[in-house]
Design a binder for this molecule. Structure first.
Ligand code: KIV
Ligand code: ZN
Length: 500
């Protein structure tokens, strides 16, 4: 019989810590429901004590989701644990994830403490959490750089205190696969509570050196039975281990004989949804979910694949939910076709919201021959700006080679109309100067990326921006077939987020 590996998804906690990727509660519920359909075992829904928004998201996700365990993160601090327990009130299955740094740099510089005191704090946190919930996970932060002998003492102590899962994070993404695998093996062999089945070990690997998935697999092969992962591998710095990579490795390598509950055909739609809601593009060559992951371009490969797909394909695109026969939507597609496509992409949209989306869809279809899934996801995300106080009314730009660009712009600010014009060394420069003639606040453009969604000169351009204001950096997003308008929309998106 095969072993079971539990999938712990932290897209909504570690993934959401990425600057510019923050979701509101409604969007988080949408992602949580998609994760439930995907078949994850545990959803880490947030860090409740960190903000009222995070607290509320954990409450609402707990109400909205039925099967997966809902997990809330805490430090080894009494208040954090009490607040997490409160946030989890409505969860059908609940887990508190508490922990503390165990590496020497953490003990010395972060806590100004010593090894014995850290064990005492760890045990106290687990015992307190167990007063509220039966399922307590302990994380030994920076376990990757914690020496194995001391780590085994920590794990032994927290298992005795009642931890059901012990997370061994490679917080800095430092470990080599053999080293991380050895660490898990050492713990499995030296902590009695693990061999007695009182608790399981979990991997949590960051990707700073590009080894997150390799380290996670090394952990699994050496006895870990839970993996902490995110959709598209998003997460702080270089990200976390990708859920889709681990799930597909286990599906392809039957010889490992370890199963997950993941419905792999939901991988691609979930990946697109997360990428779109978080405005976080997936790199084209990303394993499993990148645009080029199944595109054979060299003549030799194409010839081989045409003769028999097994020559160069180890996974069928259908296995991960890439639907080759997807209907391409055009200006002649009806509301029902749009609704169907949205539902394939993991979004159930009806009524007035669907009517508005269909209107936007028709406008885009007038400018663009074929509407792709990315376009639809972009349109579905666009109504997030509907509640913005500042909106772009119109924009006209004249530009060309050998002349200065001139922009005229109208803004709607809380129902009042404003107009301005400006010239610049290019169309975007002129438009942003016109914008600054209306919004006279100190603000500096820090980062500006333009990306075409798929291909074709009629494609929608996506713009990501970072604008500094009052010592803080704000992230904005815009999407339009006209890249100058997309740029201005992204700038306005930033301004709408300024703390007053
Ligand atoms: O990377 C890490 O150590 C973490 C812990 C808080 C689990 O995210
Ligand atoms: Zn982490």
């Amino acid at each position: 019989m095969s072993d079971r590996l539990y999938i712990f998804d932290t897209t909504l906690r570690d993934g959401e810590q990425v600057p510019g990727c923050q979701l509101n509660t409604v969007e988080k519920i949408q992602v949580a429901k998609a994760l439930e359909l995907l078949g994850v075992d545990v959803i880490e829904a947030g860090f409740p004590v960190s903000s009222p928004g995070d607290f509320n998201s954990v409450v609402e996700i707990s109400k909205a989701v039925t099967w997966p365990t809902i997990c809330a993160l805490t430090r080894a601090v009494e208040k954090d644990i009490r607040v997490a327990a409160e946030a989890l009130e409505y969860a059908k299955r609940k887990r508190i994830h508490t922990g503390i740094g165990t590496s020497d740099p953490h003990i010395k510089y972060k806590f100004n403490s010593n090894r014995e005191e850290i064990i005492e704090r760890a045990v106290a946190a687990v015992k307190l959490a167990r007063r509220f919930v039966d399922d307590v996970e302990f994380y030994a932060e920076d376990a990757g750089r914690t020496d194995n002998e001391y780590l085994a003492r920590v794990v032994d102590a927290v298992v005795k205190a009642g931890a059901t899962v012990v997370n061994i994070p490679d917080t800095t993404g430092y470990c080599l696969p053999a080293e991380y695998g050895e660490k898990i093996k050492y713990l499995m062999e030296h902590v009695d509570g693990l061999s007695a089945g009182k608790a399981i070990l979990s991997t949590h690997c960051h990707n700073d050196l590009g080894m997150a998935t390799a380290n996670t697999m090394a952990g699994v092969l050496n006895g870990a039975r839970q993996v902490e992962v995110t959709i598209n591998g998003i997460g702080e710095r270089a990200g976390n281990t990708s859920l889709e990579e681990v799930a597909m490795i286990l599906k392809c390598h039957h010889d490992i004989n370890i199963d997950t509950n993941i419905n792999t055909t939901k991988i691609y739609p979930t990946s697109r949804m997360v990428s779109s809601l978080m405005n976080m593009p997936v790199q084209p060559n990303k394993a499993i979910v990148g645009r080029n992951a199944f595109a054979h371009s060299s003549g030799i490969h194409q010839d081989g694949v045409l003769k028999n797909v097994q020559t160069y394909e180890i996974i069928s695109p259908k296995d991960v939910g890439i639907d080759d026969n997807s209907i391409v939507l055009t200006a002649r597609s009806g509301r029902a076709a749009l609704k169907h496509r949205l539902s394939v992409l993991g979004m159930e949209i009806d009524g007035e919201k669907l009517d508005k989306l269909y209107e936007a869809f028709l406008k885009l279809a007038d400018r663009k021959k074929e509407i792709t899934d990315d376009d639809i996801l972009m349109l579905a995300g666009a109504d997030r700006s509907a509640s913005h106080a500042i909106k772009l009314d119109y924009l006209q730009v004249t530009t060309g080679l050998g002349v200065r660009s001139v922009a005229c712009m109208g803004l709607d600010i809380a129902g009042e109309k404003f107009e301005a014009s400006a010239s610049g060394n290019g169309p975007v420069d002129a438009a942003i100067k016109a914008l600054k003639n209306i919004i006279k606040r100190q603000m500096t453009l820090k980062e500006f990326t333009i990306q075409a969604i798929s291909k074709g000169s009629d494609d929608v351009g996506k713009v990501h921006m970072q604008v500094e204001h009052d010592g803080r950096v704000y992230y904005g997003f815009g999407a339009n077939t006209d890249i100058v308008s997309a740029s201005v929309e992204a700038y306005i998106d930033c301004i709408n987020k300024f703390k007053k």
